[in-house]
Design a protein around this ligand. Structure first.
Ligand SMILES: CC(C)(COP(=O)(O)OP(=O)(O)OC[C@H]1O[C@@H](n2cnc3c(N)ncnc32)[C@H](O)[C@@H]1OP(=O)(O)O)[C@@H](O)C(=O)NCCC(=O)NCCS
Length: 187
């Protein structure tokens, strides 16, 4: 769907369920994201997963992160879209820790950002990450996000980060919308 460097972002499929379940039940991944690990059984999880895939809430904004040779290593998404403010929140997880610190997260965030600014009219995307998660903050900084505040929630200290369309364009040049991009490629 969208390629960037070492990764491509793909539509989610049933084949991704086992990895997603393993990552959602992992204690270390949960604590890096200030959540608690999932405790439902895999059959229960799979049943909810298949019905969500069958009846996706439009638009589908969640993607599997795959390596160039097709290995599913994580997920990313944008959500909480505020249409009037033209903003949304973004999230990412590289669930397979063998791929941490090797640039995959940065390439995935870059791909997600390109996808968002090309195919939507959003003006600002933002995220929050634990203050101590320096790896995540470095990854987002490399993609152009800047710190824009702090938040304390349920005892966890978060850094808020944002990337505006105008800052993105200052860094990379004008955004070619998905329609004009496809039209150019067909000529
Ligand atoms: C956060 C995450 C998406 C980043 O993806 P990644 O592929 O590991 O990140 P990248 O390799 O692209 O970039 C990480 C950068 O952080 C740096 N880094 C790693 N640990 C660091 C630390 N303790 N302090 C400062 N920088 C650190 C790396 O050196 C690298 O920077 P560099 O390229 O300038 O050397 C991924 O590690 C992940 O999903 N982790 C587990 C879950 C998690 O943290 N969830 C919260 C997400 S908000």
């Amino acid at each position: 769907m969208t390629n960037s460097g070492k990764v491509r972002l793909c539509r989610k499929g049933l084949a991704d369920a086992a990895n997603d379940y393993a990552w959602k039940t992992d204690g270390e991944l949960a604590s890096l994201d200030a959540t608690t690990p999932l405790t439902t059984t895999f059959p229960e999880y799979l049943s909810g997963y298949s019905s969500e895939l069958g009846n996706p809430k439009p638009p589908q904004n969640e993607f599997a992160i795959k390596t160039r040779d097709g290995k599913h290593i994580g997920n990313c998404a944008y959500y909480g879209i505020k249409k009037t403010r033209r903003e949304a929140e973004v999230g990412i997880i590289i669930g397979n820790c063998n791929y941490w610190d090797r640039g995959y997260g940065t390439d995935a965030v870059k791909a997600l950002v390109i996808h968002i600014f090309r195919s939507t009219n959003l003006k600002r995307i933002h995220l929050k990450t634990l203050r101590d998660n320096k790896r995540a903050q470095r990854c987002f900084s490399k993609c152009g996000f800047t710190a824009c505040g702090h938040q304390v929630k349920k005892g966890h200290k978060f850094v808020l980060m944002e990337l505006t369309r105008s800052r993105y364009q200052e860094r990379t040049g004008p955004v070619v919308s998905r329609q004009s991009y496809q039209a150019d490629r067909q000529q």
